[in-house]
Design a protein around this ligand. Structure first.
Ligand code: HEM
Length: 290
């Protein structure tokens, strides 16, 4: 029961952070300055902030329960005072609530999305202390944590952009903004994916390493990571179809059905990757002396 709660709370935090950071960031670089964003975007970002705040607070409570066998004020205090995990989860809770406040208080437009994206970036970066990124010791510890934080930010930026695209491609109303946004993302996307792969390789180097390559198949951790890479490859194929087939077709006035489906599938695969990541962080990496 507790294991399922741990996985669910981890997944909610990854998904919430991807939307809270990635969607407003996308609106800042891909939509015209005064654009309020497609219908439903404020509700999506606000909902993500609320889910992330609740998920992060729940993570502290679950950790405190694991820590002391049951939840007490003392164990809660100990988790947020003495554990990096707890401090990071507290920062995440506060950043998510702050983002929600900004979303409700600020007038619509690029400034609002920039402020919410900044608070979302703090929340997303704090996830680096939720997986194995902060568990390293020795000379590579700082590099590993930095690579992991970059990895989470790149992952959230990509998946958030996909969620925003799904909203934009929903109706004909979004067509005018969809093509320029697809073109802008076609320019930025490859850099984002390169950052994701390089930081992912750095993570893999520290957590598995050249001496344990065979454990990619032999260990539960390795098999979950391989499954993640298979989903990643499928996402890359859909991203290439969006870039080279659907984007030009949309410019020529083609029906939005095919691009809408492709974006929805890519976003769904992204969510599946986050579910595997939620699981991955609870398994023992073969190259890691845990
Ligand atoms: C769609 C693409 C991807 C997404 C959305 C994604 C997302 C994530 C996230 C959110 C984390 C958790 C970080 C943490 O909690 O500390 C993570 C960890 C990780 N990722 Fe990725 N990633 C992607 C691609 C990759 C690739 C291409 C690689 C390898 C080349 C990779 C290797 C790893 C490793 C080894 C970890 C560490 C997991 C742990 O804490 O044990 N990822 N990924």
């Amino acid at each position: 029961m507790l294991d399922a709660a741990v996985l669910a709370v981890r997944f909610l935090q990854y998904a919430g952070a991807a939307l809270l950071f990635g969607v407003p960031l996308f609106f800042v670089y891909a939509l015209p300055a005064g654009s309020p964003g497609p219908r439903g975007s404020r509700a999506m970002v606000g909902g993500a902030a609320a889910v992330l705040a609740v998920g992060s607070a729940a993570a502290i409570a679950v950790q405190a329960s694991v820590f002391a066998g049951w939840l007490t004020g003392e164990s809660l205090g100990a988790v947020v005072t003495y554990m990096a995990f707890g401090k990071a989860a507290l920062v995440r809770t506060v950043a998510a609530l702050f983002a929600l406040g900004l979303l409700l208080a600020l007038p619509r437009g690029r400034w609002r999305w920039s402020a919410v994206a900044a608070a979302g970036a703090v929340a997303a970066a704090s996830l680096g202390w939720m997986g194995h990124g902060a568990a390293s010791e020795g000379p590579l510890a700082g590099v590993h944590l930095a690579a992991d934080v970059l990895h989470v930010l790149a992952a959230c930026a990509w998946l958030g952009a996909l969620a925003a695209f799904v909203l934009l491609a929903r109706g004909e109303a979004g067509r005018a903004q969809l093509h320029p946004a697809l073109r802008t993302f076609s320019a930025l996307g490859p850099a984002l994916i390169a950052l994701l792969v390089l930081s992912g390789l750095a993570n893999t180097w520290v957590l598995i390493g050249p001496d344990h390559i065979a454990d990619l198949v032999r260990s539960a951790y390795g098999r979950v990571l391989l499954a993640k890479l298979v989903l990643f490859a499928a996402m890359l194929a859909l991203a290439a179809a969006n870039r080279y087939r659907h984007t030009p077709a949309v410019a020529e006035g083609a029906p939005l059905g095919p691009v809408r489906r492709s974006l929805a599938w890519e976003a769904a695969l992204g969510l599946a990757v986050l579910a595997l990541v939620a699981w991955l962080g609870t398994l023992a990496p073969p190259g890691f002396g845990l």
